[in-house]
Every structure is written in C-alpha cells, then in structure tokens.
Design a protein around this ligand. Structure first.
Ligand code: M6R
Length: 609
C-alpha cells in the first residue's frame, strides 16, 4: 500500500514530507512525489524508484512553501513511472491530490471527464479525483470535496490541496487509514503513525466517512453528513518500531489481519454491479480461445504453489479442463510438454522469484500462452507474461506469505468463474450463487480472525512438540500443505501435511500417543471418508485438533478441540480454514521465541536458484 504525508505550519513543508516518506519506506513502494504550495503556483516533483531518486531531483531546488503533501506509490492502476507517481492534478494545476486505495468506478468517470474536455496524463485511478474537483468547484473547497466524495466509489484515504486555498489541507478517509497529527502552530497528516511520531504523539484517527479540515492552528472533523465531530485525541504511546507495525507485534500478524481488506480490494472491482458475472478487463478471452487450449499448467513456488493447487480444483471443477500444477524449480528443467495450445499460469507474490520467472520464459519460448498472477505491478513476471492479473494485497513484508496467499486464491477462483462464464460450462444461476458467497468472504475472514484465544491456547500447549501432522482430503489437503509450510518456516517445528487417504500407506506408523494432528474436515463430498481417517489417528491416541465448518455437530463428538469457521461453499472454504492455521503457526513461533518476520535461512524474495 502507498504512503501519504501532509504538512501545514510555519516551517518548510518539504523537510517534513521527505522525512515522513522515509519513515514509511518499510511499506514498500515503487515511486514517490511531493507538492508544496508556493503562493503563485504549486511546486510538484515526482520520481519513479526510490526516495533517493526524488531527493536527487530536488537537490538545490527544495520548494520554500509551508504547506505540502507527499506520497509513496505502490502501483495498482498503471505501471510505476514518473507520470503515474502522485501527486496528481487537474488540467490547470489548481488542485493537487494524493491517494491510497482504489477508486472502483474511475473508468466511467474518466470517460465522462475526457468527453467534457479534460486532459489526463496518467494511467491512474487517482487522477479522476483532481479533475472531478475542477468540475464541481465553484469557490467552496470543502463543498467541492464533499461532492467529489459522493461521486467516487471504492476505498481511499485522500489529501487535497488547492492553489486558491493556501491556508488549508483537506483529507478524507474510507477504508484506508489516515491520521492527523496535532502540533503547535503546525499540523501533520499521514497514512501511518511512524511518519509523524517524531513530531507529535497527539492525533486524531479518522473514521470512515470523515473529512478533516486541517489548518496550521486548527483541525475540524466533519462526518459524512457535514456535521462537526467532537473527536477525542488519541495519544500514541508506541515506539517507532511498533508504530511501523500498526501497533501489532509483528508484520505477519498485521498482514494476517489485513486479509479481509486485501481480499475485498482484490475482488470488488472485478464483480459486475448486478452480481451476475466476473469482469476481468485484463483478459480478452473468448470461447474460441478457451476451446483452443487443451492443457493448462499452473507453475509457482512455495505458498504460491499451494495457491496453484487450489486453483487446479477451481478450474477443473468449474471449467472441466485438465490442469497440471508444477513446482517452478522442477518444471523448468524437465522438458515440459508445452506448445501453442497450452496455457501456462504463473503465480508469484513478488513477481521476481527466479525459478518461476525462468519457467515463464521457457513456456513462452515453447509457444505457450502465458498469464501471470502477481502482487507487484511492473515486476519482471508482470512485464514478461502475455497477460497479467494483479492481486491487490498491498506490500507483504513478513517472509511468511499470508495475505498474498488468500488474494491468490480469490483470483484463481475468479479466473475459474470467468473462464466458466466465457466457456459456458456452468449456468448463470450457479455463477450468481458463487459470486454472492464470494462477496461474503471478507466479512467471514474477519469473523474467523475474531476468535484467536483457543488458537493461542493450542499454540502454547503444543508449541514445544517436535512434530505436527496436518491431514485433509481434496481442498482440505491443499490447505493442510499451506498450514504445514507456515508452521515449518516460522516456528521450525517439523510439520508434514498428508492427504488423509494416504495415512494408511505409511505415515500412520508415525502417529503415536500425544502427537498433534491438525485435521481439516470441511469438504462435504468426502466428509465420511475424512471422518474415518480422523478416527484412525484418534484410535492411536494422537491429539487431534479439528478444523470444521460452523454447525458441524458430528466432528465435536470425536474430538476434544474443534475450531469452527463460517459456512460457505466447499470451494471457497480454503479462504477461511487457512486463517486459523496461519494464526496457529504465528503463536507457535511466539511460544518458541522465534524471529517471526525474518525466519532463519529464508528471504522474502528468492531471486537466486
Ligand atoms: O514471491 P513468490 O510468491 O514467487 O514467492 C514464492 C515463495 O518463495 C514464497 O511463497 C515462500 O514459500 C513464502 N516464504 C511462504 O510463506
């Protein structure tokens, strides 16, 4: 996610802006920019790349203005570039805007504005906000901003600056964080507390729908209806390091908790307003194209590979096409049978993993059609693949992948639904039903996240065991693999996942009294078989923790502990069952005193073989 800063006071704004943006660097970004109100005009400078490139451009020409805004951008709409970097302006440079989030209806708004003569210079969704402001402004800055907010849909934190109103900064929040820092004769704005705590610890934390009118000596907060809000000051007691993590102890926990939003951001713009179809503007596939494809490979590494395994289920079930999932490090060296009738889908959070990138290049060389699913706009895979669909999870900092995985599952599901819609392999009613369930997932993840106490207790009880087994069938097995990987990589506990039906072919020999077994039992189509496998391990006195859908009264009869997740279709339930497994790994690692965010021997982006 992007970073926002703003300053209004008696000092040179750019000094705070650059310092504040530096404090937000940990969040990841691909370009940066600042704007300062210098009286006659608004000075703007932007640069793709690191903040140092922006600083280099500003060398010997730092603007003197005492009001300014700044931004670090994590690209979503449009590649990383100088032009796409924020701030953005209207046609005449009268209004300047920085934005975090996604304006979902920016395309129709942009088309209307272009038809009315507005000239756009960037590919971003944000630029429409500046042009809209220009359209509706008649002298009342606050009124115009309120009118613009009524026209845009989506998630945002926005800061507005105007040449005509040099004594004020306005900001608005909807689903993206925004704080106002209260100083003496100066005030600060930031998307995250680390940017301001060197200057003040007294803040107003904005709520959704609120607008702040920030002047050098005063701050007023308005609610959605325009009424004044009597806001309580929030005094920040965290140190700088805790502030970076938004008050969470680790980035991993923060990212686990960001999943409802990450999933909502990834899906929302891609569902038609009537909830009857999936819109994937990134792909222009028709029935002929899909009929011409006789084989699909999904290629990835680690957690992304586990997302691919789930993706195979989705495509095979909904589109009835054969899918092979392969580890990139194997695929690239085993002379895969690929030609121009093959579709190769690579999945990668970073878009830079060397093995996956090499597999993509090899697939292209062999003539395959290629699609990359990645979280990083402008990454090597995004540039290399013929088609790209982005997860909009925001930067993932912890080495252990969490929100990237859930957003990859969302996109794999939406891709399969889109293909089914194009190929007409399932009915319109079934598509509608699945979309309506899909829309509930963010709230259901939140519900799952709200019940952590039992998980903490299990982690404390079993965190010192040396072996843990995960079992499940069908999609439960795919999630079991991901749960075991999470536990291994951050707690260093030996964890193995097995397809439950395989136990009796060898692994059952390892199941003895006291061995913890995490048993996933959510797949209705194989429920009885799963139950038999659970009884098998229970009979050997294993300690079995079940993961089940709400209202599963059966499982509780056989197990001492069951963690319930909300009910949904069995295809979508991996998005929920993975959450307690992520938390279990996290709290087990805490119990063992491990370095959760930076586990030994591992790197976030694996750009070597
Ligand atoms: O950036 P990528 O998604 O291509 O990374 C792939 C794996 O390296 C990554 O998922 C790794 O397995 C994670 N540490 C798992 O949590």
């Amino acid at each position: 996610m992007c970073g926002i800063v703003g300053y209004i006071g008696g000092k040179r704004a750019v000094d705070f802006l650059l310092d504040g943006l530096t404090k937000l660097e940990y969040r990841g970004y691909d370009s940066a920019g600042i704007a300062a109100n210098c009286g006659e005009n608004i000075f703007i400078e932007k640069s793709v790349g690191r903040l140092d490139s922006l600083k280099e451009k500003l060398k010997n020409r730092l603007p003197a203005g005492t009001v300014g805004i700044g931004h670090t951008r994590w690209a979503t709409h449009g590649r990383p570039s100088d032009l796409n970097a924020h701030p953005h302006t209207d046609c005449h440079g009268n209004f300047v805007v920085v934005h975090n989030g996604i304006i979902e209806n920016y395309m129709p708004l942009k088309e209307e504005l272009i038809a009315r003569g507005h000239k756009f210079i960037s590919e971003t969704d944000t630029e429409v906000v500046a042009h809209l402001l220009e359209e509706v402004y008649t002298g009342d800055f606050v009124g115009a901003v309120r009118e613009v907010l009524n026209k845009i849909e989506g998630s945002y934190s926005l800061v507005f600056m105007s040449k005509m109103h040099p004594d004020v900064l306005l900001c608005a929040k909807q689903e993206n964080p925004l704080v106002v820092g209260l100083g003496k004769g100066e005030n600060f704005i930031a998307s995250d507390i680390p940017a301001i705590i060197a200057h003040t610890r007294d803040t107003f934390i904005l709520n959704d729908g609120e607008i702040a009118i920030v002047k050098k000596d005063s701050v007023q907060i308005l609610n959605r209806q325009g009424g004044l809000v009597d806001k309580k000051i929030f005094h920040v007691s965290w140190n700088a390091e805790a502030a970076e993590k938004g008050g969470y102890e680790h980035f991993m926990l923060k990212e686990i908790n960001e999943q409802p939003k990450a999933v909502r951001d990834t899906m929302s713009k891609r569902i038609a307003k009537d909830g009857a179809s999936i819109i994937l503007d990134e792909l222009n596939w028709d029935k002929n194209f899909l009929n011409s494809i006789n084989k699909i490979y999904i290629v990835a590494c680690g957690t992304a590979y586990h997302a691919g395994l789930v993706g195979k289920f989705y495509i095979e079930k909904l589109v009835r096409k054969l899918v092979e999932v392969d580890l990139a490090s194997e695929y690239r060296y085993r002379d895969p049978i690929v030609d121009d009738k093959t579709l190769v889908i690579v999945i990668s959070q970073s878009g830079e993993t060397l093995d996956t990138l090499a597999a993509l290049k090899e697939s292209k060389r062999l003539g395959a059609k290629t699609l990359a699913i990645t979280n990083v706009v402008g990454s090597s895979m995004a540039r290399e693949a013929e088609n790209v669909i982005h997860t909009w999870a925001g930067p993932e900092i912890a080495v252990a992948s969490t929100k990237a995985y859930t957003t990859q599952l969302i996109l794999m599901f939406m891709l399969a639904l889109y293909m089914a819609q194009v190929a007409e392999t399932i009915s319109g009613d079934e598509i509608k039903r699945l979309i309506s369930l899909l829309k509930k997932i963010p709230a259901q993840i939140s519900e799952t996240l709200s019940d952590v106490e039992p998980i903490k207790t299990f982690a404390r009880q079993y965190g010192f065991n040396e072996d843990v087994f995960y079992i499940g069938r069908s999609l439960d097995y795919c999630v079991a693999l991901e749960g075991a990987l999470k536990l291994k990589e951050i707690s260093y506990i030996h964890a193995e996942a097995y397809a439950s039906g395989e136990l009796k072919h060898g692994t059952l020999a390892l199941i003895v009294e006291g061995v913890p077994v995490i048993a996933l039992a959510t797949q209705k189509s194989v429920y009885d078989k799963t139950l038999s496998n659970i009884k098998e391990v229970k009979a050997r006195d294993a300690i079995v923790i079940g993961i089940a859908a709400a209202n599963d009264i059966e499982l509780e009869k056989y197990l001492d502990h069951v963690i319930f997740v909300p009910e949904t279709d069995e295809l979508l339930i991996p998005l929920l069952t993975v959450v307690p497994l992520q938390l279990l790994a996290y709290y087990a690692a805490i119990t063992r005193g491990c370095d959760v965010d930076k586990p030994r021997n591992l790197a976030k982006s694996v750009t070597v073989e």
